[in-house]
Design a protein around this ligand. Structure first.
Ligand code: ZN
Length: 302
């Protein structure tokens, strides 16, 4: 067995996952995750729900990840689906600047189109302006319906607003969209789904065909049918199928670090010199232990 590779999953909704997932991810080599803000499966009805959600992405969830030895970062934004509730969306837009400066926020995201409605368009553009103003990378969710036209439209709107394509990750690509995304200088992320859409067998062939420049693998694991180990599993399948190790490192680690590390908040030293797991720590008087014996990396604690 080869030496364990460091993995970053740059799109995973850990709030919806269990502590078993964190343990399995750490065991599989995941050193850092990025959690995009998204919808919750059921529409929110009040701005306070967004506020508490964003607060958990910059507070409780990074703490929870740290208890299992994983660094947690997030992207903050108004998702496309809930942009359609305009009265609420207006209030959410006022909240965003309060969170974009927090210490683990690495980009604006995930934003973009769902049904490609006028309201989605309006808030997508507004948030692109915000990204430009704050010099933040952008994580774009592309629609699952009308994938190709929605992807092209997302890029065109980014360019129209003067964004540098090398600061924008276009997510949920497939074989039909990847070439156009790379040709235009954007980063192309792929979400690996366990059963449908983009599977890891197909991902191997994408990297074989297009190489590793600008390509990023993620799991988008959330409350739906999804696999939080999709990135490490794809990495090991790539190695098994003869993809060069340096290409696996780029697509499953380095490319994500390069773009999401741009604003200086996410750095390799964050996990190369870890504080160590210390489960005796508390967050606002709460722990993740539920009475279990705390695990402490005594060698790392000074
Ligand atoms: Zn997502």
């Amino acid at each position: 067995m080869e030496e364990k590779m460091m993995i970053i999953d740059p799109h995973v909704h850990m709030t919806a996952r269990t502590t078993d997932d964190y343990e399995a991810m750490a065991e599989a080599g995941v050193v850092a995750v990025i959690e995009p803000s998204f919808w919750l499966g059921q529409p929110r009805t009040q701005v306070g729900s967004f506020q508490d959600y964003y607060s958990s992405l910059v507070g409780w969830e990074p703490f929870r990840a740290s208890q299992f030895g994983i660094k947690h970062y997030c992207t903050i934004g108004l998702n496309s689906k809930e942009a359609n509730n305009e009265a609420l969306a207006e209030q959410v837009m006022e909240l965003l600047p309060l969170y974009l400066h927090k210490e683990n926020v690495v980009a604006i995201g995930e934003i973009g189109y769902d049904d490609q409605t006028p309201a989605e368009d309006k808030y997508f553009r507004w948030q692109l302006e915000l990204a430009k103003e704050l010099n933040l990378p952008v994580q774009v969710h592309t629609p699952h319906r009308d994938k190709r036209s929605g992807t092209i439209r997302s890029m065109e709107v980014c360019l129209e607003h003067g964004l540098d394509p090398s600061m924008v990750v276009i997510d949920h690509n497939n074989e039909e969209t990847v070439k156009e995304v790379l040709d235009r200088g954007f980063l192309a992320a792929f979400t690996i789904y366990p059963k449908t859409k983009m599977g890891n067998e197909r991902m191997v062939e994408v990297v074989r065909k297009f190489g590793s420049n600008g390509i990023i693998v993620d799991s988008s694991a959330d409350w739906g049918v999804s696999d939080p180990l999709a990135v490490p599993k794809t990495a090991s399948l790539m190695l098994k199928r003869g993809i060069a190790r340096e290409d696996v490192v780029k697509t499953c680690y380095q490319n994500a670090l390069d773009i999401f590390g741009m604003n200086g908040k996410m750095k390799e030293s964050d996990w190369l010199n870890p504080e160590g797991i210390n489960q005796t720590k508390l967050f606002n008087d709460n722990s993740v232990l539920r009475g279990q014996q705390p695990k402490v990396d005594t060698d790392k604690i000074v």
